[in-house]
Design a protein around this ligand. Structure first.
Ligand SMILES: [Zn+2]
Ligand SMILES: [Zn+2]
Length: 464
C-alpha cells in the first residue's frame, strides 16, 4: 500500500482493460496503412510557441488548459495539448516529400476540471496529410475516420461538416459576424457577453440557451464563401455522395482551434450524451504552416480520442475480438525445472505459455491457471515424470472438443511418421500394440495423458 495516487484527472490502464486500448490502436494502424499513412513519433513536449502560434493564443486550449513549464535550461515548453501543431512543426523542420501522410498515437494533455470521460492526460490517434489542398484528400481523410469507426462496430454515427472559408473570404464574413454580435452582445450567455469579441466564431459553438437563440439569426459563413471555397466544398460533398458516406451540414461547426480553414468535420456517436459525443474530428489547416513561420503549405487531418471511442463501443455493446490469456499454462509439481523447459519450448514455437513460480500446491497452481485465462493446463507430476508424459486438463470446454477432433487426425499422421516411437507408446500404455493405427488413436483420444513429445507436437500444431 502506498499513499501515492495517480494525479488528479489521470487514469491507470491495467490488463485486461488496457487490451481494449491496444486493440483500438492496432485496428487504427492497420486501417490507415491501407491508405499509405506512416507512423510519426514526435516529442510529447514542444516549444511553447508551437502551440501559442499554431493553435492560436485566443483559443481556450492555449489560454486556460495548457500544461506549461520552464525546464532547467530556462526554456518555455508545453506538453502537447493536441497533435496537429507538433506534426506541422516536424514537417516544416524536416521538409519530407509531399503529400506527407502521417499517423500518430500519443497522449494529449489538457488542464481541465476532471469529470467523467475527460482526462488531463488522454490518448489520441490521428492522421495528418500535408502538402495539397485537393478536395480528394479531404474525402480520403474523412472516409478513413468514418470507415475506421464503422469497422469497429459502431453504428450510431453522425458526420457533421462545415466550410469555414479561407483568408480570402473569412475576414469579410468575420466583420459581419462581429457587428451582428456587437448589436446582440447583451443577450449572449454570461461567458460570451464578456468574451465574444476575442473569438466571435466560438459563439456559434456555444451550447448555452442564450447563445443558441442569438446564433440562429447570425450570418452563416457558408453563405459568404468565395467562389474557390464554394467549389472546393461542393466537390467534397459530391465525392462523399459517391462514396456513400452520409453527412449533415452544420453551420455551427467551427471547432475550437484557430487554425481550421475551409473543411471542418466531426463524427459524433449518438449513443453518447450530446455534450461529449464527438468520437473524432478535424479539418483543413491551410494557414498553420504560415503561422509557424514556414512556407504556405495546406494540410488536413483529424484526431480521435481513444477513451471516448471506447465509451461509445461500450454503450453500443461492441465486443472486441480479443483472445485473453495464454494458450497453455504449465503446472509443475516436481520443482519447476520442467515448467521452465516447457514454457520456453512453447514460446519459441509461437504458442503463448505461462507458468507459476514458488513451487505452489496443485490447487494453487490450478487456480492461477484459471485466472490467467489459459485454455489448457499441462500438468507434470511424479507419475508423469516417470512415464515421460504430460497430463492435459482443458480449462476451456470449447477448446477441449476442438482438440479431441483435431487429435484423431493428428495421431493418425503421427503414428505413420513416428513409427520409431511405437515401442515407447506400447510401454507407456501398458498394453500391447495391436498393429492398427485406429486402436492406438482411439486409446489416446479418450486419455488425458499423452507421451511428452507427442503432446508437445500436438499442442504446438493445434494452437498454430
Ligand atoms: Zn455562449
Ligand atoms: Zn474563400
Amino acid at each position: 500500500m502506498t499513499s501515492f495516487q495517480s494525479p488528479s484527472g489521470t487514469k491507470d490502464w491495467l490488463y485486461p482493460e488496457s487490451e481494449h486500448m491496444a486493440y483500438l490502436v492496432e485496428s487504427f494502424k492497420s486501417h490507415v496503412e491501407l491508405a499509405n499513412y506512416g507512423l510519426i513519433l514526435s516529442p510529447m513536449f514542444e516549444d511553447l510557441g508551437v502551440f501559442v502560434r499554431g493553435v492560436g493564443d485566443v483559443s481556450e486550449l492555449v489560454t486556460k488548459e495548457m500544461y506549461e513549464f520552464v525546464d532547467k535550461g530556462g526554456r518555455k515548453l508545453a506538453l502537447r495539448p493536441e497533435g496537429t501543431a507538433s506534426v506541422m512543426r516536424a514537417f516544416l523542420q524536416h521538409n519530407p516529400p509531399v503529400p506527407f501522410k502521417a499517423w500518430y498515437v500519443a497522449p494529449s494533455f489538457r488542464y481541465e476540471r476532471p469529470q467523467a470521460g475527460r482526462y488531463r492526460q488522454h490518448h489520441q490517434v490521428g492522421l495528418e496529410a500535408i502538402g495539397t489542398d485537393d478536395p480528394g484528400l479531404d474525402l480520403e481523410i474523412i472516409s478513413i475516420l468514418f470507415d475506421w469507426l464503422t469497422s469497429l462496430g459502431l453504428g450510431n454515427l453522425s458526420l457533421k461538416l462545415n466550410c469555414l472559408g479561407d483568408t480570402n473570404c473569412r475576414p469579410a464574413y468575420l466583420e459581419l459576424l462581429y457587428s451582428y454580435l456587437e448589436k446582440n452582445q447583451k443577450f449572449l450567455c454570461k461567458e460570451h457577453m464578456e468574451r465574444w469579441s476575442v473569438n466571435p466564431l466560438r459563439v456559434l459553438d456555444c451550447k448555452k440557451p442564450e447563445c443558441v437563440a442569438i446564433k440562429e439569426d447570425a450570418p452563416k459563413i457558408n453563405k459568404h464563401l468565395c467562389p474557390d471555397c464554394k467549389l472546393h466544398f461542393e466537390t467534397l460533398l459530391a465525392a462523399l455522395d459517391t462514396a456513400e458516406i452520409p453527412y449533415l451540414l452544420d453551420d455551427y461547426l467551427v471547432r475550437g482551434l484557430d487554425y481550421y480553414m475551409r473543411t471542418t468535420f466531426e463524427v459524433a456517436s449518438l449513443s453518447l450524451e450530446s455534450a461529449q459525443n464527438a468520437v473524432g474530428g478535424g479539418g483543413r489547416y491551410d494557414n498553420l504552416a504560415l503561422a509557424l513561420g514556414g512556407n504556405n503549405t495546406p494540410g488536413i487531418g483529424f484526431a480521435s480520442g481513444l477513451e471516448r471511442v471506447l465509451l461509445a463501443c461500450e454503450k453500443e455493446g461492441v465486443v472486441f475480438p480479443l483472445d485473453y490469456g495464454p494458450s497453455v499454462f504449465v503446472i509443475d509439481l516436481i520443482g519447476g525445472h520442467k515448467a521452465g523447459e516447457l514454457t520456453m519450448t512453447f514460446r519459441r514455437a509461437g504458442v503463448a505459455c505461462d507458468r507459476s513460480f514458488d513451487n505452489r500446491s496443485l490447487k494453487s497452481q490450478l487456480r492461477q491457471a484459471d485466472k490467467s485465462r489459459a485454455k489448457l493446463a499441462l500438468i507434470v507430476g511424479e507419475r508423469e515424470k516417470q512415464n515421460n508424459s504430460l497430463q492435459l486438463k482443458w480449462l476451456d470446454a470449447n477448446m477441449r472438443e476442438r482438440f479431441s477432433a483435431f487429435l484423431a487426425d493428428f495421431l493418425d499422421s503421427y503414428v505413420v511418421s513416428e513409427s520409431d516411437d511405437l515401442s515407447t507408446m506400447k510401454s507407456y500404455s501398458g498394453k500391447s500394440y495391436s498393429g492398427e493405427n485406429k486402436d492406438y488413436t482411439e486409446q489416446y483420444q479418450i486419455s488425458n495423458t499423452l507421451p511428452t513429445d507427442m503432446a508437445i507436437r500436438a499442442i504446438k500444431e493445434f494452437f498454430k
